[in-house]
Design a protein around this ligand. Structure first.
Ligand code: AMP
Ligand code: MG
Length: 329
């Protein structure tokens, strides 16, 4: 990969890559969310990630690569159809689950026979991985907190203990789509901004989206991480239609709406005006802000017209998970 970085960026990347090569941990930006990176080939470094995040050991990590050659350090087989996906969608927010090579650390895959790999679409991330080698990089938040989409979010969770490579705010703001490419048709294990319809349209390949089927999420051994309640703020979250607002919207409710026809009447009402890209970029920031504002709960307008040409299915998935986390309590 060739990258056009400033001299200052190159110096920073060199320093951070050196930390990673010697078994340390750094946070870095990607187009989805900030990642907490460690060398994917060093067991002690990988273990540090689980300890720092408080992440359960049965929740596997995604390996981040910056070249096609690096995929071969992890994937035992790259099916021909997966090569088409790589051509069309990488670098980008699409994680592919392959049969793993024997040499891949069990800690990375939580003992599974598969490994998840992606190439982020972010020049700082790619330059860092070029210099450090492949990295495991779960979201740079404490387990259970919303994923960080700004440098300040990483600092909220880790203080100044972890160096953070500053790439500004994340462009997408929602975690990558996770797609199992070991069997045909491919299966979406976690929805993201690359949707089943986008994959079908660009490649003609058939894709099943099981992530929207709640019962299967809990019973799918293929993707153990999905059973955990990520993505949730401290405050309870619920769906609420805009026409239900009258009388039901407490002054203390943060209300996130997206339909263009609703005019916010209160300070704590945000309208994304059908801009799902903007909603994806800022959802976790609002979740985190609600924890600091003195709001008692968060209400979100349900999605009535399904739009799978955008990140709307991913938004719906993350918001539903945040809602069910509080219902479980
Ligand atoms: P995070 O890095 O926190 O966004 O989480 C990564 C998620 O990717 C995990 O929680 C799993 O759901 C999924 N994942 C990672 N590795 C695998 C794998 N080998 N097979 C299936 N899903 C995986
Ligand atoms: Mg995460």
């Amino acid at each position: 990969m060739t990258h056009s970085l400033s001299h200052a960026d190159e110096l920073t990347i060199d320093t951070y890559a050196q930390i990673l090569r010697s078994g340390g941990v750094v946070a870095f930006p990607t187009e989805t969310v900030y990642g907490l990176g460690a060398s994917a080939h060093q067991l002690e470094a990988v273990n540090k990630i689980f300890a720092l995040k408080g992440r359960p050991a049965d929740n596997p990590l995604i390996v981040h690569v910056s070249s096609y050659a690096m995929i071969l350090e992890f994937a035992a087989v790259i099916p021909d159809s997966a090569r088409i996906l790589i051509q069309k969608f990488w670098p980008g927010p699409l994680t592919l689950v392959f049969e793993k090579k024997k040499s891949v650390l069990d800690a990375v895959t939580a003992g599974l026979t598969s490994v998840a790999v992606r190439m982020p679409e972010h020049e700082l991330a790619l330059a860092l991985i070029d210099a450090s080698g492949p990295l495991v990089a779960p979201s740079a938040n404490k387990s259970g907190k919303p994923s960080p989409t700004r440098v300040s979010h990483v600092q909220e969770d880790f203080g100044n203990h972890i160096p953070v490579l500053d790439g500004g705010n994340c462009q997408i703001g929602l975690e990558s789509t996770v797609l199992d490419v070991r069997k045909s048709p491919f299966v979406i294990l976690r929805p993201g901004s690359v949707t089943a319809s986008m994959i079908q349209e660009k490649t003609g390949l058939e894709v099943i989206d099981i992530a929207g089927i709640p019962d299967q999420i809990h019973h799918t051994p293929a993707s153990p991480g999905l059973k955990y309640s990520h993505y949730a703020p401290e405050k309870p979250v619920r769906w609420m239609n805009s026409d239900e607002c009258e009388g039901q919207l407490h002054d203390s409710t943060l209300y996130l709406t997206h339909s263009g026809d609703y005019t916010p009447v209160k300070d704590r009402v945000v309208n994304f005006n059908r801009d799902y890209t903007l909603m994806g970029q800022s959802l976790y920031d609002w979740f985190r802000r609600s924890d600091k504002l003195h709001s008692l709960d968060i209400a979100v307008q349900p999605f009535t017209e399904s739009d799978s040409s955008t990140c709307q299915p991913a938004l719906e998935n993350r918001i539903s998970k945040a809602i069910s986390r509080h219902n479980e309590k």
